[in-house]
Structures are given as structure tokens and as C-alpha cells.
Design a protein. Sequence first.
Lengths: 202, 170
Amino acid sequence: MSKLRSGRVSFMTFIPEKQPPDVTKLRKLLREHRFLPLAPEDVRDESVGWVDPLLSFETEEFPNCYFRDYYLFSLRIDRYGSGGSQLRPFLEEAEFRFKEEHKIERIPAHQKKELRETAARRVRVKTLPRTVIAEVAWNLGENRIYLFSQSSGVVARFVDAFEKTFAISVAHSLIVDAVDEIDKPEELTSIIGDLWDLGGDA
Amino acid sequence: MSGREREAAQAVPFLGQEFLLWLYWRSSSDPYFFLDNLGLGSIDLRLEEQITLESLRGEGYRETIQTQEVALSDDIRDSVRTGRIPVAARVKVSRGKAEWQFILTALPLAMRSVKLPAPEKSEDDETMHLRLIQMEEIDRIMRALFKIFLAERTNPAFVNDIRKFLGLER
């Protein structure tokens, strides 16, 4: 279920460098950069795009993207994992059968690569991509964006997708940013050493 | 924020540890904060149930202590006194009947797994709106507390007050 509706949340705050677009343009841009599902025969390993915040499948409509003082949408990331343990039985089977069929002890490198690709395709047909969905809330009054994830991988994909979609760059806004409001923040030194008399150890 | 300012903010990782230590102190001595001038009301902040301490000496030994009363625990205060600094803690922030619970980490200084005061089971739009407002509020509250910490930190008595609390008077 959407984190907008229930559950504990971990979030990151961003400040966009420009004002948000109007809702018509927002819908158009979300549609243009919407999430497109991966197929097993797809050459891509990963698909990243926007979905409606309450309807996490591929949609062109985004019916819930304008909610009171917020724009709401979600980043969906689907990725085929060709993890070693998943691939291993398929690869070992393919290599075993190839050696038997060709009556050889060692498989040439180029052939091994081909067998690996075939095995990876077999894994894809039998498995679903891993899905990650992270909600985004864009406060229109304060022009602040909240991403409901702190995963570095999700954050990197969000920043990239957001900037490509809206042509607006975003900057992280951290609790510690308040340090910039004090005089000469670059001259701050730790008090930890003073507290425990650590000298130069802290 | 300019690139230079951002660099400055990120170049002070010790502030996260100091902030957690300050919250531990305040939670044990005076957990009330008046944020009315910021439109955030008066809040009560307590560290509860779990705290992770890291040794400042040696190879940074870590221990996680679980207890209902973090603020009153002698074991925790003894550990801190011997040079173990809080690096993560479960925090409860209350304002009237509203309660936020989350894990606060020092490096990076961030809230994780925030439980919002809004009812958990409701699916109506009003609840969704309330959750968004409450998420923004706790973000603002923690930023406001960090500013208070920065201001108090400049007080010459700051280090001695914490030393006194920990029983480390010179």
C-alpha cells in the first residue's frame, strides 16, 4: 500500500531550483516519462518511470497527481536481477548439456558467454523483475519535494528522472544545512575532544 | 543553498553525533522545547527503548542498549561517561496527543522509519492529507531543534554543562 496512506516513512527532502509547472503540464510530462513495464525479451535490465501515487501500474492518466496543496506521483523502478544464485543452476545445466552434446571437456570462452546469455534469458522468462516504488510529494506552497525513500540507489534514480522529466534540478535539503546560517561554518570544530579530554583523538 | 555552503554543511559530520548527545542530555534533564515562535507549538522529546553507542577510542566498538528508560538508565550514562557517544537512538516527539516515533541516526543525521501520529488504518483523503502535514511538521521540528542546538553550542558553558551531567567535572 502507498506510504501516503499508511505505514512508517523514511523520506528525503529536496529543494527544486524552479517553481512547479501547472497541472496540465505536469500530467503531460508524467505521461511522457511514465513507467513502461519490462518484458523478458527486453534488452533493458531496468525500467524507471512515473506512476500514479495510488495506482502503481502503468497508466497514462495520473488521476491522483493533484491533491490539495501537493503534486503526488511515484517513481517505479523494475529491475531484472541476474543474481549468481538464481542464474547458477541454469548456467550449470547449459554447460553440462553443451559438453555432453559436443563431447568436450572445456568450453571455449566465447561459447561460455553465449551460454550465460541463454541461461540469463531463461531466468528472465521464469522470474519477475524486482519492483521498488517510492512516493513523491511536491508541496506547491513551499516548493519542497519529499521523496519517500532514503536508499541511495532510489535517490540517484529519482534525481535523474526528475531532472529529465521537468528540466528542474533539485538539491538535497538536510537537517544539518542549518549550519550555514551561523557565522563561518567552515571554522566549526568538534567539542567531543573537550568533553572527554581526548586531545587529538576525536 | 550555494555549492560552497553545501560543502560546508557536509564537512561537519561530528555535528550529528554532538546533536544526538545533546538530545540525550536534554531528554534526561529538560525534554521540553518551546517552538511556538516557529508555529510548531511546545514539544516534548524523549529517547526511548533503544540507543546505540560508539566508542570514541580504539576501533569504535558499538553497543546497542535496550531499555524502557534511556534517560534514566545508569548503564547508559556510565557508558557515555567512559567515552561512548550516541550514534543512533529511538526518539519520541510528543505535542499534545500527537506522537511521532522514529530512529535518529548521527551519520548521516537523518530520521528513519517515522511513525506518524495519524491513524494507521484509515484510507480516506483526510488521513492522507494529515500524514503529509505531519511528515512536514516533524521535518520542521527536527530542523528547529538542530538550530537550537547550534545556538546553545556557542554558549561557553555548553561543554561544562554536559560534562557536569555526565559526571565528568574537571
